[in-house]
Design a protein around this ligand. Sequence first.
Ligand code: FAD
Length: 438
Amino acid sequence: MSDKIKYISANEFSGEVLSAGNVVVDFYSTECPPCEALASKFESLSRVYGDDIKFIKIHRQENRDLAVSLGVSSSPTLLFYKNGQLIGNRLSGGIKRSDIVANLELLLSPEKAVYLKAGIECSLTECDILIIGGGPAGLSAAIYTAQAKLKTIVVDKDLPGGQVKVTHLVSNYPGFAEPVSGYMLMHYMSEQAKAAGADFRSAVDITDIDLKKKFIVVDDYETISAKIIIIAAGSSPRPLNVKGELEYKGQGISYCATCDAKFYEGKHVVVIGGGNSAIEESLFISKFAAKITIIHQFDKLQANKLAQEKAFADTKIEFVFEHEPREFIKNGSSVNEVLVENLNTHQLKTIGCDGVFIFAGMIPNISEIKQYFELDNWGYIKTDKDMKTNLPGIYAIGDVVSKSFRQITTAVSDGTIAAISISREFEKIEEPSELINA
Ligand SMILES: Cc1cc2nc3c(=O)[nH]c(=O)nc-3n(C[C@H](O)[C@H](O)[C@H](O)COP(=O)(O)OP(=O)(O)OC[C@H]3O[C@@H](n4cnc5c(N)ncnc54)[C@H](O)[C@@H]3O)c2cc1C
């Protein structure tokens, strides 16, 4: 624990924060994964900046009135004060080191900020297994390799949990008779990996990577070198590349129903897509919206039969088949019209709405490393039956892999196969470098 961090309560706030010079305050909670992810960053930064900036921690629940009076409603929240005045950005959720540094530097003179940054030393951590991505695939692999007593580190640019942590309900993951919240399912998985002994670097940026030499640099601050690297970076929504889509992302264009459906209470929403995600997420949006228009390029849905039946039975949902969007139009603060083309007649028409959700498939999150790998025609990484890629010592699992079905169960299966295969190799070979070059 750094001696540069001070824990205070509400009655000390005025003296320790408002009457002081440069201060950063961390409102934290216990049993809070994003707070745990922040703690190590806060501590290491206190060692660099702690002589010039006061690092304060306040337990949010025990000092609720103070937190409420400052508008702090979630943990962790970082506030930056200069001479009693709030400055910079209020940071919360999965907080990145680079964002903290940018705000700390606002408290310092430019010369001092450059001087202190130059003094930051990059540390080196060595491990057996480095897993890039903490979704179901990466976490399953971590549970197995950590239980096999291999030193395992999971690195994620976000908080662990992958796409599932923002999926409202999961009804097809074995072991749960009732649908389970995606967030809780992934919470259980990451806690299980931690309990097994896996280490995490969460909400970090990989600022350098060399898969041949098997190292990454995290936040320009920590080099992690590994005997084996597992790529488990998942996939992201495929953009449609339709006019207005990128410009109005976050202004009426969304890719995440769990995150944004609540903003459409009583409103009319257009959903683009007809696969599992589009239909299942439409059923969720239907809890909020008054009307949903699903626009699909084919003449029937591709979703599973159960989801289709529910969607057809939902009186709020209507379907526009064999049409594609051509432009998202925004008059005012949010997208309020979609220009669509009938694929048979090529006639154009506009559909009025209050917002649009796009579920048009996914692309693998490997743009910075794809040059290392043999890929299939759709850009996914080819592996063998043990999840080995063409690059010695590098495995790939989950949604980044070339395969027919991308589900939580298939991601978990890939993670299991890779981890057991790696553990067996470690057992067989005393000197793991033999395995890497095998
Ligand atoms: C809307 C929606 C609903 C779904 N519903 C279901 C369902 O009900 N049932 C089901 O079985 N499946 C469902 N799926 C599919 C399921 O979510 C995926 O198949 C599964 O999450 C894949 O797991 P993964 O670990 O491979 O990848 P992901 O879950 O995508 O996790 C990848 C992780 O890697 C991290 N990452 C990415 N790039 C980097 C980087 N450069 N550096 C560090 N970390 C990185 C990400 O932050 C993420 O945490 C759904 C998918 C979507 C989009």
